[in-house]
Design a protein. Structure first.
Lengths: 479, 161
């Protein structure tokens, strides 16, 4: 199969041209003229992505050609939109135009640099995705610890806007959960490769669907309880849904049993409804979730709108989307200042006002294509661990977009997830670029030709396949 | 800036955004059909009776064409393709195999495929449950014709041109 690296380069150039055009239109709308330096942020981004492209050329020549340009476009538009907010603010305050590395847009640019360096390092260090499976239990432990840290920390160090998802040190804050999902996917994949036979073979048939035996439900129930604990102590439905959905889907991919999905959905909706009822009657740790559900059910009710922490945010987001209409008001000419948290959680609402339904659906299709390429890599790769990791990572990305977008549009209760690659924030950007690097690595293994003995060049790997076995009647037994 | 320019820019940007989406889809499409086209080559000698004279061609096609792909037709990895080069292919549960099958009936190093003068040979590496070429058990290096299933545990593999 062709490497298609040149196709990647071409698409990348196209994406960066779009980002530059976005910057130009923003300036035209904001300043009523296009400054001679409008192209600088796009050029800086191009240099960064070109660096990653070169790394991929050398370390993963057969990697999927679509992933980097698609993600680069979303990332670039995110930087462009954040810069647009900075420009609007500087105009309102009569300040000079902010520098390219100043303001939220500049910070996001710097975070992109950090994220791309991390992704390159991952590609350089992990030359074969199967190596990751050796550290599966360590990664699982790391993942659980990362999830638990904010829950254990006192609120002053971990709570922002009612969700305990953070570690705050001074003005600096990171969201460990973003990184935890990567570690957890690797662990789930390894565990399920080991256990898939038991989970998929022993079953009872009921209503035409194969259901697993009661005792095999152990792991799924454990993860369900863990994610309910997350829901209660970190007060965040989105994260709980993310982890639980991730596990159930990996389980489904591993066993090819639709019953796991049914069980998962029933458990999740049951758990959430229970939390809602408990929140209504008992309050305490469930109160936060009950409030959010109330806001979701009746966003336009006056008592919800006026309440502190009520539906003000959600309604402003909906109004912004409605104002945008089909084609939007044009980049740079909307008024995203009305939407609270427009830099992070509500970035889709803010952008939606300016690029309209047409633009938003293009962005959504790009997310969809990214997820599809991830699943495709999972389908084509030649080992089960790689299949499960790629499937799990791609699904996580899709689910995260669903959770935040569903929240903004009022489809599900709003929870503070970041929009991957778009929202301002370093943790999210770095974690998601690491995710893309892993997908690139797996798709390289999937699309590349089979090397001798499967040893995709593993530098310094002490384990070399015995080249000559001939007809020796021995079986190499590995622990 | 005149209103007209801004309007053109506003719609132009959306159109460009969608052109990007369709360009990406085009690249993906090329990628998807790379596999399908090679399948067409397999199907044409058998399926199209009109263009190819009946009788000898299928057998001839099988002998004459070199195998270019190894396709997994059954088992957990069904649908996986490996593009063949000059390198031998090892199959088994071991992590360093070319094709890693997680199958209770497969050994760590189960079998391997070796090319010799354009012909591929399958060789059992002393597996517990054996390797089968079509119905027969493989005992020594055996030439593998195109389209004949190699069975390992619950997995079936075929060579395709």
């Amino acid at each position: 199969m062709k490497t298609q690296r040149n196709a990647e380069l071409g698409l990348l150039a196209f994406a960066m041209a779009l980002v530059a055009a976005y910057g130009a239109i923003v300036e035209a709308n904001q300043f009523d003229k296009i400054t001679p330096t409008f192209w600088v942020p796009a050029a800086l981004l191009s240099v960064l992505f070109l660096g990653l492209h070169v790394v991929v050329r050398y370390t993963a020549p057969y990697a999927d050609p679509v992933l980097i340009p698609a993600v680069a476009l979303v990332n670039g538009l995110g930087v462009g939109f954040l810069r647009r907010l900075d420009l609007a603010r500087s105009i309102a305050n009569n300040e000079p135009e902010p520098g390219f590395f100043a303001g939220t847009g500049g910070r996001q640019l710097a975070w992109t640099l950090a994220a791309l360096i991390l992704a390159s390092v991952l590609l350089l260090v992990v030359r074969d995705h199967k190596v990751v499976s050796r550290y599966a239990y360590t990664l699982g432990l790391v993942g659980i610890v990362l999830v638990m840290i904010p829950a254990v920390l006192p609120s002053s160090l971990s709570e922002i806007n009612g969700a305990k998802l953070w570690i705050r040190v001074g003005s600096f804050s990171i969201q460990p959960g973003e990184f935890a999902k990567l570690a957890l996917v690797s662990f789930f994949a390894y565990y399920l490769v080991r256990k898939r036979e038991v989970l998929s073979l022993a079953s009872r048939r009921f209503l035409g669907i194969d259901f697993p035996r009661g005792r095999d439900l152990g792991p799924v129930v454990t993860v369900w309880l863990l994610s309910l604990l997350v829901l209660v102590f970190e007060k965040d439905l989105g994260t709980a849904l993310l982890y639980f959905g991730l596990f159930v889907v990996t389980l489904y991919v591993a066993t090819e049993r639709a019953s796991w999905l049914i069980i998962g959905l029933l458990l999740f909706f049951g758990g959430v409804y229970l939390a809602y009822l408990l929140g209504a009657s008992v309050g305490g740790p469930f109160a936060n979730f009950y409030d959010r559900a109330e806001v979701w059910l009746e966003p336009f009710a006056t008592e919800n709108y006026d309440r502190v922490g009520g539906s003000y945010q959600l309604v402003q987001g909906l109004l912004a989307l409605g104002t945008g209409g089909l084609f939007g008001s044009g980049p740079g000419s909307g008024s995203p200042g009305f939407v609270p948290e427009v830099r992070t959680d509500f970035i889709f609402a803010g952008m939606g006002e300016e690029i309209g339904l047409f633009g938003l659906s293009a962005l959504l299709v790009i997310y969809l294509l990214i997820v599809e390429r991830g699943l495709r890599a999972g389908l084509a790769v030649r080992d089960s661990f790689g299949k499960l990791v790629a499937g799990g990572l791609a699904f996580t990305l899709g689910l995260q977009v669903f959770v935040i977008l569903g929240g903004i549009t009022g489809l599900i209760p709003l929870t503070g997830q970041t929009t991957p690659f778009l929202s301002a924030g370093g943790s999210s950007l770095m974690a998601n670029w690491l995710l893309i690097a892993m997908l690139l690595r797996i798709s390289n293994a999937a699309r590349g030709p089979a090397a001798s003995g499967g040893g995709v060049d593993r530098p310094g790997g002490p384990k070399k396949a015995p080249t000559q076995l001939h007809g020796a009647m021995t079986e190499v037994i590995k622990p | 800036m005149p209103e007209f320019v801004l309007t053109v820019a506003r719609f132009g940007f959306l159109i460009l955004l969608w052109i990007f989406v369709f360009t990406v889809v085009g690249v993906i499409r090329k990628d998807l059909f790379a596999g399908v086209r090679s399948k067409g080559i397999v199907a044409s000698p058998r399926g199209v009776g009109g263009t190819v004279p009946s009788g000898p061609p299928p057998a001839k096609a099988k002998r004459g064409k070199a195998a270019r792909q190894l396709v997994v037709t059954a088992g957990q990895l069904a649908g996986t393709r490996i593009t063949l080069s000059e390198a031998p292919i090892t199959i088994g549960r071991a992590e360093d195999s070319t094709l890693i099958i997680t199958d209770d009936f497969a050994s760590a190093r189960h079998a391997r495929l070796v090319p010799r003068d354009g012909q591929w040979f399958v060789e059992d590496l002393g597996s517990t449950n054996g390797t089968y070429l079509d119905r027969g058990k493989v005992s020594g290096p055996t030439p593998v014709p195109l389209g004949v299933p190699i069975r390992i545990g619950r997995t079936s593999l075929e060579l395709r041109p």
